[in-house]
Design a binder for this molecule. Sequence first.
Ligand code: ZN
Length: 348
Amino acid sequence: MLSPAPLFLSVLLLLGLPIGLHSARQFQTLNMKPQYFNPKLPPPQLTASKRYEGSSDLVHLRYHMGPVLSSTPINIYLIWYGRWSASDQLLIKDFLLSISPAHTRRASPPSPSVSEWWRTVSLYTDQTGANVSRSVVIAREHHDSAYSHGTHLTRLTIQDVIASAVRSAPFQVDHKNGIYLVLTSEDVTVQDFCRAVCGFHYFTFPSKVGHTLPYAWVGNSGKQCPEVCAYPFAIPSYMAGSQPLSPPNGAAGVDGMISVIGHELAELSTNPLVNAWYAGEDPTAPTEIGDLCEGLYGTGGGGGYTGQLIRDGAGRSFNMNGRRGRRFLVQWVWSPILKACAGPNAID
Ligand SMILES: [Zn+2]
């Protein structure tokens, strides 16, 4: 699950911790003790600065014996809920299609790339030693432009949206390697959106959809709360003085959504039934591989600072390349090898 940015930022402010004040020395290595905090913990539990340093029970990501998405390719069943522009759809699809390695070297985007970012996700394995698949395709798309379940959705009615897509049969029931990805347009409100979550993943209930299928939802926050869910392309008012970053594709809402989609896909693939890879003792509030690196996009990042990014000639920030010359800013994920957050734009 991806929590809104201000929650963790306000925790830092409460702690009086410096934001964006990392010395160059701290950029040296990924193996340093990771500095992160669990945004899901309420501030009272984070009063001790020792906790912020990353206490071992939180960093201790464990495998709970469940499956990961190891069949190849991972099939994404994409549901566009509400009204979407063709250009925004193309941008999001270009991100999803950038995850798989290109077939030829010539077709590969330059490093750092989205597929290099996903390589860290593919390091996770199941009981048999099978890795998360490196290849991801869009199996099918369904357009629900008539808002068939209204302009406000809840956690449960999102499952009705999936059920409608499955019943109207543009979608097959894909137990083996399917991901059902619901994307809501900027005029759709969703339970807890902008307050507690920017996106989440779970699995469907047989009583709702007829099957247990892993799914994720991500909303376009562009109109409702860009400063919450499209951070750092918009900045909360209490951070007066900080400048928002210029989004790589010129659309804060959709560019912000792409990082949340990356976060949720990484977690869904390593914890599809919420019984595989997560940290913490409470399975109802698992800390997953995206949560551990929330808000961190480059070397030296953490504690409210994005880390070192790349800027194009127009001043737009990004940290990875995709297909067709696209550029994206996507948060890092926890590496089971490095035992730290990792991304393709890391500086050695
Ligand atoms: Zn998460």
